[in-house]
Ligand binder design. Sequence first.
Ligand code: A3P
Length: 326
Amino acid sequence: EPTADQESYNRYKALISTLPSQRWGLNGMDLHQYNGFWFPRIPLEGLMAAQDRFVARPTDIILATFPKSGTTWLKALTFATINRTDVTGSNHPLSMLSKVNPHECVPFLSILYSDGRLPDLDSLPAPRLFAEHIPFSLLPESVLGSGCRIVYLCRDPKDNLVSLWHHTLAWVRVQGLAQCHSFNEVFELFCSGVSMGGPIWDHALDYWRESLRRPERVMFMKYEQLKGDTGGCLKRLAEFIGCPFSEEEEREGKVEEIVGMCSFERLSELEVNKNGRMSVGNKEFENKEFFRKGEVGDWNRHLTAEMAERLDRITEEKLRGSGLEF
Ligand code: A3P
């Protein structure tokens, strides 16, 4: 007898098998188009389950990001900010971030709900901190109704594509999947809106518009801004999530301390991130995959001038009139 739960997962699987699908980069890496956005099967199942089951609280904080836009960094910064006074407890940021990859500090909702799991999230203390690559239109209804806060992060599509591509190639090493597209081919797919979480413009625009409509609920950030003024963004973030830095903390250099603790240089040099591994759902990742270059403008080394111009033109057209630009 299947349990009610298995039945719903069978329903998700059956639904996914009817969706348009598209291979992306690797054999065995298929994306499925659900409500206009492309996702691999496992997080999509989890996303559907989270949509059905996740009950948000007003104190929850959701880090919503486009894949490869700096999720790992945002997780580290937010986790460290929220727990900065927990100097003796189990969430002490410095010791946690030295021991585990930031992804283990802030779980993805779709992973928590994948594989038929029913996570017990009720016992978690407030504020509960979750992440998700979910598009705004697919957020669980209770997130929209609860008043919880959403921090959104995205990135110049050119750098985002380059980062996505390297991440995908890393799967060749760790998952043993075979490459089936060239970079030029995934560039074409990306331009037509097909990539994990894509179309990137729609993903960003939905959150952008909501951040204008309800700035107290959705904070919109770009990787480029975060790189340009990490401290300023962190102060804004802390205020937004309800734990602003006090004047005294600022005087004591708390902001700089967290910025330093979460910097690419520091995190990528930690043993756990150099040689550690982590399983996410049914996949194994090498933690070092999440720290490649951490630069703005690395697209320069991968896209020809024509490709960059073409992608910029598409971005301009898609975002025209919205007030959002890269
Ligand atoms: P690059 O591939 O361009 O280097 P995500 O965390 O969403 O998977 O995004 C990964 C990208 O963020 C990678 O970009 C990675 O190097 C960069 N990144 C990870 N940690 C960072 C940090 N502490 N500061 C700046 N960038 C970081």
